[in-house]
Design a protein around this ligand. Structure first.
Ligand code: PLP
Length: 380
């Protein structure tokens, strides 16, 4: 029998069959009557999911490309910017803003810490910034920041706020307009249940008006905005991915955003309950903010890389290792997008087997029951 594979990482994530079917449709031209209604509906659905009435600009690029669009459009050389980081992606944005010549004030936390609005307020009080750059769900650590509070702190000082919502949009609440988020960036391959390859940026009028002087072409917001206004695209869009994304967004909206947020909370509870029941220590916070990814510390004397390797080699299950300094120290189970509790149970039971094989002292046979119970009784 062909090996069955399970993709249980925090991105890319599994893609529902309805989306795969749309991806397999014959290619249509991006200015044809077959494509335009799909494109229009996809852009409208993106606004709904982002909870914004502003334009959501769609790029054929991964999430990092959409993020680079924000940097290329907002950062001018020498201009002050405050970048908040507490993990891999915050670090990436600090490096990118610096690469465009921005004068970066780096509010840098240890990986896994939770950024504080008071710290942002204090830093902006010391030195002004044109924009504050924050990560909503820091996928490297499992921490979901309170972007509403961070954005409020930025607004008090007249700074724009740019949010990396690559692993949060569609999984945890992200109220672009209500929270005053000027730019929200995301990608197709996480809670949006589509293969990698599309990036998006919801851009407020204030952010659009604040464009800087850095050179840009492919990622120029105005070029894309103008084209989208007439249902065109400045460059050939990945038509199959747009069709797939449109179907995926339809599935998400059929479930209902609130119901999807609730499901992610319950998946997080199930995963944490199972991990703790077998005696493991969590790295990500032990609360409902950890709705997207559960980061678990490798037990003493065990290399987390071996856990990840055994799951892949022996069981066909892909989970994620820690990144950078956390490599081998933690492993991460994703529960974002098209996930149900049986995905969690699969991951936990395989982790249990792998850890036993590696000689860890863990309690056997309790993780699955605890996870199922936590999922069942955790309606929010
Ligand atoms: N930001 C976060 C929080 C992510 O999780 C990721 C991807 O893992 C990215 C940014 C980068 O997105 P991409 O890999 O699509 O460029």
């Amino acid at each position: 029998m062909a090996e069955k594979r399970y993709l249980l990482t925090p991105g890319p994530t599994p893609v529902p069959p309805q989306v795969l079917a749309a991806l397999a449709e014959p290619i249509v031209h991006h200015r044809s009557p077959e494509f335009l209604p799909v494109y229009e509906q996809c852009l409208e659905r993106l606004r709904t999911v982002c909870r914004t009435s502003s334009d959501v600009l769609l790029f054929t690029a991964s999430g990092t490309g959409a993020f680079e669009s924000a940097v290329a459009n907002l950062v001018s050389p020498g201009e002050p910017h405050l970048v908040v980081s507490s993990g891999n992606f915050g670090e990436r944005w600090a490096a990118m803003v610096a690469a465009y010549g921005g004068a970066v004030d780096h509010l840098r936390y240890a990986w896994g810490e939770i950024p504080s609005a008071d710290d942002v307020r204090a830093r902006l009080g010391e030195s002004a910034a044109k924009a504050v750059w924050v990560v909503h769900s820091e996928t490297s650590t499992g921490v979901v920041a309170d972007v509403q509070a961070l954005a409020a702190a930025a607004a008090e000082h007249g700074a724009l706020v740019v949010v990396d919502a690559v692993s949060s949009l569609g999984a945890v609440p992200c109220e672009t307009d209500a929270w005053g988020l000027d730019v929200v960036v995301s990608g197709s391959q996480k809670a949006l249940m589509t293969p990698p390859g599309l990036g998006l940026a919801a851009v407020s009028a204030a952010a659009a008006a604040a464009a800087g002087s850095s050179p840009r072409f492919y990622f120029d917001w105005e070029r894309t905005r103008k084209a989208q206004a007439t249902l065109d695209a400045p460059f050939t869009p990945a038509v199959s991915l747009v069709s797939g994304l449109n179907v995926a967004l339809g599935l998400l909206l059929d479930e209902g955003l609130e119901a999807a947020f609730d499901r992610h909370v319950r998946l997080g509870r199930a995963c944490r309950a199972g991990a703790k029941a077998m005696g493991l220590e969590l790295f990500s916070p032990d609360d409902d903010s950890s709705a997207v990814v559960t980061a678990i510390r490798a037990p003493a004397g065990i290399d987390g890389t071996d856990v990840v390797r055994i799951l892949g080699d022996r069981f066909g299950i892909t989970i994620a290792n820690g990144q950078a300094d956390l490599k081998g120290k933690i492993f991460r189970i994703g529960h974002i997008g098209w996930f149900d509790v049986f995905d969690i149970v699969t991951a936990l039971s395989a982790v249990e087997l792998a850890l036993s094989e590696l000689g860890a002292e863990i309690e056997r046979g309790v993780a699955v029951t605890s996870a199922l119970e936590a999922f069942e009784h955790a309606r929010v």
